[in-house]
Design a protein around this ligand. Structure first.
Ligand SMILES: [Zn+2]
Length: 442
């Protein structure tokens, strides 16, 4: 039994001065609150770690990741605008995907997950669509690459929800292109079988979800069968105007409406991006209780656009680093509000009216509890009987001097401010360095 004590503790619901949480042998929180109260509830023999001047908070949750895309960071920033677009970026991404063997998938995933852990992330939603070998043939174990990605996350100590992607078309009504052959799924049943196989694990830190890639990549007749899945479902939705136009032309409805018609849009559903919603999409999201996963840095990097203001209210928002142009969920949460300000020409657009610290709490909730819920956990933050997934943001630095702790995390912090990270009570980052680095290259 161990106790973590910090000058500030944000549970996800309240901010406490001199707070503490007690972690039991199973990695769950057995007591949480003011340090004096927690101390009275735990045995004298419990080890107390005093973290000092900083903020102990729920671990950040990366709701949308393609780990292998970390390999093209910095290599796709040079063409002139006339010759570059989302679609040419996609070709570069395909080329990277097609260079990786199974060992390469593990290595780049591990590199990416170490960076995530050191940035305070405890749980990743990996939207995984590399399934076959470079020639498009299944591996002896058809789930080989998914298992490599899971192993990379677990070797780093992260909790992972692997979202097994369904990819059956090269566009609406189009066959897969040769560069997409590694992504191929033969039928909705094959995808559901893969999810079942991958779910057969004793590792409680591994969860498997289903990800119809997009209405571009999943034939419409497959959608209803996929909706029989009873776990978490994620899909790219309306990331680019061309996708919306093609869907409207083919089916007379928006991508989100097409998914909803098949029964996929529920409170277990996360729409990734929804940068170009059609009329009625916002209402659909609210009525379903679905989550909207926004990936601001990638959406800017790819020139997608900014999530419209209308989708920023009344919809549960989570965050992802997606293509990993950067991995910084403090910046992603800050961007949610800053982009809203740029659109509205106002300040504090997403602030709950009249609630002190309410804006910082709302933005941090997107980076923590909403992400957690969208990946299949309760999303209760740090609370009794919940897993001890948490990070410590060191505020003993000039830039944080005099800044309230939640606002310091949202509006000032960088990933380098995260000094320690725990997943299910296991410390996976100490003094800013992932424990897994010590065995790197093993
Ligand atoms: Zn994506």
């Amino acid at each position: 039994m161990k106790v973590l004590r910090a000058d500030w503790l944000w549970t996800g619901a309240e901010l406490l001065a001199d707070g503490a949480l007690c972690i039991d042998k199973s990695g769950q929180i057995s007591a949480i609150g003011a340090y004096g109260d927690v101390r009275r509830q735990v045995p004298e023999t419990a080890t107390v770690t005093s973290l000092g001047q900083g903020l102990l908070m729920p671990g950040l949750v990366n709701g949308h990741s393609h780990a292998f895309q970390r390999s093209i960071r910095g290599h796709v920033q040079w063409r002139d605008a006339a010759h570059d677009s989302f679609w040419t970026w996609r070709q570069a991404m395909y080329a990277a995907a097609n260079r990786l063997d199974a060992g390469g998938v593990y290595a780049v995933s591990r590199l990416c997950f170490i960076e995530m852990a050191e940035a305070g992330i405890t749980h990743v939603g990996e939207f995984h669509y590399l399934h076959h070998d470079p020639k498009g043939q299944p591996y002896a174990d058809p789930d080989e690459l998914a298992r490599q990605v899971i192993a990379a996350a677990r070797d780093v100590g992260l909790r992972i929800t692997l979202l097994r992607v369904v990819y059956g078309a090269g566009g609406i009504g189009q066959p897969l292109g040769p560069e997409q052959r590694r992504f191929r799924t033969d039928s909705p049943g094959a995808a559901l079988d893969a999810v079942r196989r991958l779910s057969e694990t004793d590792d409680t830190l591994v969860n498997i979800g289903l990800a119809p890639h997009s209405v571009r990549a999943v034939p419409q007749p497959w959608l209803a069968e996929l909706a029989s899945f009873d776990g978490v479902v994620h899909a790219h939705v309306a990331e680019q105007p061309a996708e919306v136009a093609a869907c409207e032309a083919a089916f007379g409805m928006s991508p989100l409406q097409l998914l909803a018609e098949a029964g996929l849009v529920t409170d277990r559903f996360s729409a990734v991006h929804l940068t170009w919603p059609s009329p009625g999409d916002g209402q659909l999201m609210r009525e379903a209780g679905a989550t909207l996963c926004v990936c601001p840095s990638t959406e800017l990097d790819l020139g997608d656009g900014l999530l419209p203001l209308e989708l920023r209210q009344g919809v549960a928002l989570s965050l992802g680093s997606d293509s990993h142009a950067r991995i910084d969920l403090f910046a992603e949460s800050r961007a949610l509000e800053m982009h809203a300000r740029a659109l509205a020409h106002q300040r504090n657009v997403m602030s709950p009216t009249g609630v002190r610290h309410g804006l910082a709490e709302r933005l941090l909730t997107a980076a923590t509890r909403h992400g957690s819920r969208s990946l299949g956990l309760a999303g209760d933050g740090l609370a009794e009987s919940q897993p001890a997934d948490c990070c410590f943001v060191d505020l003993d630095r000039p830039a944080a001097d005099g800044v309230p702790p939640l606002e310091a995390a949202v509006f000032v912090a960088t990933p380098e401010w995260v000094s320690d990270v725990w997943v299910a009570g296991e410390r996976i980052v100490t003094d800013g360095r992932a424990v897994a680095r010590r065995s790197f290259g093993k």
